[in-house]
Design a protein around this ligand. Sequence first.
Ligand code: ADP
Ligand code: ASP
Ligand code: MG
Length: 406
Amino acid sequence: MTLLVQKYGGSSVATIERIQNVARRIQKYHNEGHQMVVVLSAMSGETDRLIGLANAITKRPNPREMDALVSTGEQVSISLLCIALEAMGIKAKSYNGDQARIITDHAHTKARIKNIDTTDMEDDLAAGYVVVVAGFQGVTEDGSVTTLGRGGSDTTAVALAARLNASECQIFTDVDGVYTTDPRIEPKARKLDKIAFEEMLELSSLGSKVLQIRSVELAAKNRVPIRVLSSLIDNNEGTLITTEKDIDMEAAIISGVATSKNEAKITVLGVPDQPGIAFNILEQISNANIEVDMIVQNISQDGTTDFTFTVNEIDFDKALEITEASANEMGARKVLGDKDIVKVSLVGLGMRSHAGVASLMFKALADEKINIKMISTSEIKVSVVIESKYHELAVRTLHEAFKLAE
Ligand code: ADP
Ligand code: ASP
Ligand code: MG
């Protein structure tokens, strides 16, 4: 008998039929004698619907109230699953974030888990209950509901798997594993049997939404392997995300292409070229808890320079406002904002030992007349920012150029 932690995403619980399908899957493991902790997302589209309601009132709703609002989605799905399990004669109990004692910090809408007290859940498991936990939500020590950022149910599942010493964390979704790129964009994408934490971290941080980045960080830190599986196909092995040493080192140079549409770019033109400008611009941004991704500063001309950086699209309005204020103070000429961009990245551990990945990437894009606006590289990734109209073309071009379908 083992303890299984399974997470089912929004599409896997999108309808009553799908919820009953999940219940049957759980029944199978339960009948085999496994203890089951099941983490659910909200029914597909529900979180977006709730956010839309708030945005119909104001562009910047109070984050505490946003969390109170969006956390309701998962409460609906967990109770429905328990009702479905009970209807099949299986004892089940739902836990919201507070009941599961998932304690987070106060960073509303992007809170981090600090601790989980699993005592009650373990008592229920020992008494033969299937424990069904609301993903994505937690509670502060003083009782405010928080959420963990979009896609946060993955992180809830990994955190529980780590805390309960599960041998792996199974993430059930609408694809049967992690592919060389988003199969919705490139149907020729190939499923990977295994991928290293490090590569998955890059893929997630560069936009592959199959796993929330924090879930991969937590899994890597606690050495909890993650398996991504389809909730619709039976008996598939999915993709195992594990430590590098468990992976065939003969593996391909590139393991995947990631893309992110949620990017926005801000350029400050004509900043006096003096020490401290990068600090002046970015300090205010980070004080507002906004993460900056790529940064480019142009060579100085006639004593002034241009400074460009990217942020997540959701932070764009706020970042633009802050940058305009600091640009004004510094006597910069102008601030430009551009939301019409995407970031496309190549990721692979093999890049460490193979030169020429970036140049092949740039050539392949140039052959398709795709102009590169920004570039950034690290040991195992190369990213470019391009105009959003080239998004799908760029993904397919790179998938082909690096022979990822083979
Ligand atoms: P869930 O609702 O189950 O959490 P998500 O929509 O968050 O599911 O994540 C699954 C989706 O991730 C897939 O439908 C797919 O379109 C997308 N995706 C992006 N990149 C990849 C990739 N490299 N491999 C597999 N899926 C990917
Ligand atoms: N329901 C949340 C979202 O849509 C959390 C999740 O699905 O993981 O982002
Ligand atoms: Mg998800």
